[in-house]
Design a protein around this ligand. Structure first.
Ligand code: NAP
Ligand code: MG
Length: 499
């Protein structure tokens, strides 16, 4: 792996870094020798090539993970597994600036956000480093002539497939709990953003990860993701991404009754009552929708506003949205970068067209004219949106807010829950009774009160309804990688005497 140079101009291939994938402790090319290009969304230039992994490469990685699991990792002490995770965290902290810059160049997100992502990545490794030694079994209160215990054991080889919106952080959310549990891993990053995890893989050996314990296979979904899901030696699939691919994965995993956890995004309601602190509320609506260019699974993209503040709220939000500074993520003044790919920019732009037909535009509504290069989309606010409209029901995954008015608490709850998804929700009010009534009524895996988006590694993350199932982070996260074995010990030495 060589340096990460930036291509100077649109579509130009120069100083392109050649990355390799990481299998069995070595950086390697794809068996078939094919590669794919990786881009800088701000310049549209090719910055790197990566091996286009296919079934043969996936098999190589899985076989390495099998050898590593049975050959030792499952018997490595919890203390040592914890120390490996702490050392990984240290490496992320030591390389924070370098990794954050690479993440920004590859994904488009503002550098300040990438730096926070690196901190969260390190914290995730630290949390599971600590948790590794707290995975306890239980002794159960059975009658005196026996002892019954529940032992926790690693599931085995975990296949992990992640999206492009928080590349290294998503990798950490998957790898850290799996290693804490004693599993070995084959991870497939998104084809758009494979660079940061491959950079961190340079340190895997030095932190004490034996060959094969963590493998990174690059490639696209059909080429590398599908064979990983279908591989008979993979016992568990953890996936974050679109509901469409989530369904494909579940169907494929059904053949071998493989364990599956799915984090599939949503169309999350952000509810503003008229008694909320107005300035904070407007900020919270923008932050909830536009952070990370809106490429966030929990984006609060359905903004529900009570009628008596509705007009004022839309005007204030629109005025602020127009001041959001777009630009390359590497510029520290940038508040919103380009979207990750031309494909994603086009997908979001197609929703802008749909939205212009379904609702009124308060801000944005197109792609900005001031950039020669870069996959930018204007921060967009649609208002007078009907909750049945496509822009209120479908995940757009870009900087697009749909504002919907409501009369009272009951109507807000009804609209909020009228969605196939249930990942996240937020409610803004100064009335604690109302806040808690709404919290209890919303069908969502996380509900914020007077905030939206921050989350802690200690707390569970995952969805209701079509946002998926299983929980990441906290002690819930490690459960996804554990089996439970009952051990029954007979203490009665008399012959059993049944026959
Ligand atoms: P996606 O297709 O769901 O991609 C997520 C991951 O799944 C990627 O690593 C992808 O690989 C892989 N994948 C794709 N097809 C697969 C298959 N048949 N078997 C196994 N793995 C497969 O998401 P996307 O195409 O990048 O984005 C499309 C939409 O998904 C977005 O507009 C957004 O609505 C949603 N999305 C949601 C989240 C979230 O966090 N909930 C994240 C990303 C996207 P490749 O991409 O490399 O082919
Ligand atoms: Mg894709």
């Amino acid at each position: 792996m060589v340096s990460t140079a930036r291509a100077p101009g649109k579509g130009r291939k120069s100083e392109v870094a050649r990355y390799q994938m990481y299998i069995d402790g070595k950086f390697v090319d794809a068996a078939g020798g094919k590669t794919f290009d990786v881009y800088d969304p701000a310049t549209e230039g090719v910055i790197a090539t990566c091996p286009a992994g296919e079934a043969e490469d996936v098999d190589r990685a899985v076989q390495a993970a099998v050898r590593a699991f049975y050959g030792g990792w499952r018997s490595v002490s919890a203390q040592e597994r914890g120390r490996v995770l702490f050392r990984l965290a240290e490496r992320v902290r030591a390389r924070r600036a370098e990794l954050a810059e690479l993440e920004t160049i590859n994904s488009g997100k503002p550098i300040v956000e990438s730096e926070y992502d690196m901190d969260d990545t390190a914290t995730c490794f630290e949390y599971y480093g600590g948790l590794a030694t707290k995975i306890n079994g239980e002794v159960l209160p059975v009658p005196a002539d026996a002892i019954a215990m529940a032992m926790r054991e690693p599931v085995g080889i975990a296949g992990q497939i992640i999206p492009w919106n928080y590349p290294l952080m998503m990798a950490a959310w998957k790898i850290a709990p799996a290693l804490a549990a004693g599993c070995t891993v084959v991870l497939k990053p998104a084809e758009q953003t494979p660079l940061s995890i491959l950079k961190l893989a340079e340190d895997f050996e030095a932190v004490g990860l034996p060959p094969g314990v963590v493998n990174v296979v690059t490639g696209d979904g059909p080429g590398a993701g599908a064979p990983l899901v279908a591989h008979p030696k993979v016992r568990k699939i953890a996936f974050t991404g679109s509901a469409e691919v989530g369904k494909l994965i579940m169907r494929s995993a059904a053949d071998q009754l493989k364990r599956v956890s799915l984090e599939l995004g949503g169309k999350s309601p952000n509810i503003f009552f008229s008694d909320a602190d107005f300035e904070n509320a407007v900020d919270g609506a923008l932050f909830g929708t536009f952070i990370n260019q809106g490429e966030v699974c929990s984006a609060g993209s359905r903004v529900l506003v009570q009628q008596d503040i509705y007009k004022k709220f839309v005007d204030a939000a629109a005025a602020k949205a127009k001041t959001i500074r777009l630009g390359p993520g590497v510029d520290r003044e940038t508040k919103m970068g380009p979207l990750v790919s031309a494909e994603q920019r086009d997908r979001v732009a197609s929703y802008l067209k749909v939205g212009r037909g379904e609702a009124k535009v308060a801000a944005g509504g197109g792609t900005p004219k001031e950039f020669d290069t870069g996959w930018y989309v204007e921060p967009t606010i649609f208002y007078d949106v009907d909750n049945g409209a496509r822009i209120a029901q479908e995940e757009i995954f870009g900087p697009v807010m749909s504002v919907i008015p409501f009369r009272d608490e009951a109507e807000a709850i009804r609209i909020a829950n009228e969605s196939p998804y249930g990942l996240a929700a937020a409610v803004w009010t100064r009335d604690i009774f109302k806040a808690f009534r709404v919290v209890k009524s919303l069908e969502a895996g996380i509900v914020w009160v007077n905030h939206m988006q921050p989350t802690f590694v200690e707390a569970p993350w995952g969805g209701y309804k079509m946002s998926g199932f299983g929980r990441e982070l906290g002690h819930w996260g490690v459960e996804e990688y554990l089996e439970t074995k009952q051990v029954f010990i007979n203490l009665d030495e008399k012959p059993i005497g049944w026959y």
